[in-house]
Design a binder for this molecule. Structure first.
Ligand code: COA
Length: 336
């Protein structure tokens, strides 16, 4: 009698650090936007975002003999930058035939160990809900002792036609007379200076929604709007074109004392009507949970009309002791 041969799957899987030479074999195992990171050279996370600083990619691959069956990709702060950011897992992928055998779990474990060895106190991950594999990813992180996932942002994707089917579209009107909606490109330099001066004298704009933090690198001229009231600019919707037929709603705000009863909604309506006329096919909007009113608006008044409604969630894991600990944070971090 011969010995039974070992299970042809788990017995033959080995997890090894990725080397750049095999990157061309693995391109299909991460998101297209991250493929350049498989070269393992310092680079911005997204090549088309000029505001991002370079990070150091790191990856592990799962092999069955000469065949790669899975990849986990992460980023670390670049050496010498004094960044205190946690290393972050960017993607995990396992070929269909090799799923359910612990490959992804081993890849996550390998990344955790690599970060621990390098002295990082924590490792983090951020992901979007809505993909079929997300429950498995969350289960793997739970198995590996990560903090329970916490929602960070809400995202929606919609067509102008879907927006037109929401219960608020074209329903709210601004009181006649004193309000005027104008293209953001028509807001004068003096008006822009006055928004800033008045805010610096007595803050009235929610943190992160200041127009100058979003339009300095350009804006979509068709759908970005300002709202004048009594001679002052009191609101705005600032958008960016992210591809030929897709626009991101980047920032919207209306002065608090004027924004009750949904008075910002006519700006959204006008913006969407203009996008529809311009033939824009897709709109995106992401709001951090800290903008509670917007998050609630998306959940209650938009979710049922749009073709994508999802959350970004995040988690992290404390990595325990290592020979060389970076930073001095002894507490478990809340996810960023
Ligand atoms: C997600 C993915 C990486 C998992 O790979 P894998 O090698 O099959 O994962 P593992 O075998 O290590 O672990 C999967 C675990 O999740 C569990 N699981 C699978 N489907 C699940 C579900 N729908 N809900 C909860 N748990 C689930 C499995 O039972 C297993 O847990 P167990 O060990 O306790 O049984 C793989 O499915 C994949 O590549 N998906 C496509 C890529 C992707 O969407 N990646 C996520 C975004 S980066």
């Amino acid at each position: 009698m011969t010995e039974p041969s070992p299970e042809p799957t788990t017995a033959t899987i080995s997890i090894r650090p990725l080397i750049p030479e095999v990157a061309p074999l693995l391109g299909s195992m991460t998101f297209p936007a991250y493929r350049h990171l498989l070269e393992l050279a310092p680079a911005p996370r997204h090549l088309d975002d000029t505001t991002q600083k370079p990070i150091q990619p790191i990856a592990f691959a799962a092999w069955v003999g000469p065949k790669p069956v899975g990849v986990a990709l992460a980023e670390m702060p670049l050496e010498g930058t004094n960044s205190t950011a946690d290393p972050e897992i960017l993607s995990i992928f396992v070929l269909q035939d090799w799923r359910g055998q612990g490959v992804a779990t081993q890849l996550v474990a390998a990344l955790e160990e690599a970060m621990r060895e390098r002295g990082y106190p924590r490792i983090a991950a951020v992901w979007m809900t809505g993909r079929p594999s997300i429950p498995a990813i969350e289960h793997i992180l739970e198995l590996r002792g990560w903090l329970p996932p916490a929602t960070r942002t809400i995202s929606v994707r919609f067509t102008p036609e879907e927006a037109a089917r929401t219960p608020w579209f074209q329903r709210v009107k601004l009181p006649e007379g004193r309000f005027e909606i104008v293209p953001w490109s028509e807001i004068t330099a003096d008006e822009r200076a006055e928004i800033r001066r008045s805010h610096e004298a007595a803050p009235w704009i929610a943190r992160g929604l200041e127009p100058w933090t979003h339009d300095y690198y350009g804006f979509d001229p068709i759908s970005s709007l300002g709202l004048r009231y009594g001679g002052s600019v009191v609101g705005w919707v600032i958008n960016h074109r992210i591809s030929a037929d897709c626009v991101r709603f980047t920032c919207s705000f209306m002065r608090h004392d004027l924004s009750r009863r949904g008075r910002i909604l006519p700006l959204y309506t006008e913006s969407i009507l203009r996008l529809s006329t311009a033939g824009i096919k897709e709109c995106t909007l992401v709001t951090p949970l800290e903008y509670a009113e917007m998050a609630e608006f998306l959940r209650r008044r938009c979710a049922s009309a749009v073709h994508y409604f999802g959350e970004t969630r995040g988690s992290s894991k404390r990595l325990g002791d290592s020979a060389r600990v970076r930073g001095n944070d002894e507490q478990d971090a809340q996810p960023r």
